[in-house]
Ligand binder design. Sequence first.
Ligand SMILES: [Zn+2]
Ligand SMILES: [Zn+2]
Length: 297
Amino acid sequence: MAVNESVDILNSAYLAVEYIDSFLPDNPLQQPFKNAWNYMLDNYTKFQIATWGSLIVHELSYFLLCLPGFIFQFIPYMQKYKIQQDKPETWEKQWKCLKTLLFNHFCIQLPLICGTYYFTEYFSIPYDWERMPRWYMLLAQCFGCAVIEDAWHYFLHRLLHHKRIYKYIHKVHHEFVSPFGMQAEYAHPLETLILGTGFFIGIIVFCNHMILLWAWVICRLMETIDVHSGYDIPLNPLHLVPFYAGARFHDFHHMNFIGNYASTFTWWDRIFGTDYQYVSYQEKEKNQELLTEKKSN
Ligand SMILES: [Zn+2]
Ligand SMILES: [Zn+2]
């Protein structure tokens, strides 16, 4: 009964979004995107698209998404949005991070990316334009992938903090107490594999087109680079996502080591009470602000 009701609700939601979509003006970028997609299909093999295409999408998205946070360190105006203002980024830290990152990207992630083609062939996942899901379906699928990844990340990340194993794997990711965007994938190779598994579960559940793989890569990178950016920027569109954890939430994890284990949403830490130190820290900060305001008046 409950399952039937849920399916009915999902069907109604889908019909409602389809109805709204029919009133929206045509997307001017749709035709150029269709041309580019079909050009890619006509000129490259599925193996080249799945392997080199995925590598390019990952590398381009990663460094382009890191770029704003990287530039902020040179803009004095942006410093008021830096969360841990007493710990600025240094060239030494960023250079060290970049070297490990490139090793992880090309020696750990690239061999995994090479499996993409065989994955899409095994599950008969299409590449063609005609079967590409609409934007609202892609958004819903990416949200579903994020919910699954977040649950995986919460429990495995918490386990990696266990005092018996912390120093062997997860300590590497915690080398920088004040995170910066490029650090998002700075981790021990085993951590890349363990926490990275959460990325693939959603893909196995939802993938019905090659485009979802790339859309989910971009969404996941957007989220993880934002929460590691070290900056809490006002009007950040990601804050429109319900229960989104954000940069302050994960920055606190790097500063405090205990609590705030989830990657994207706040619900697991709330359910298990692992956000209690963060909640009391926020209250303390608020009281401090009120006190300074009163003094200045
Ligand atoms: Zn951690
Ligand atoms: Zn982190």
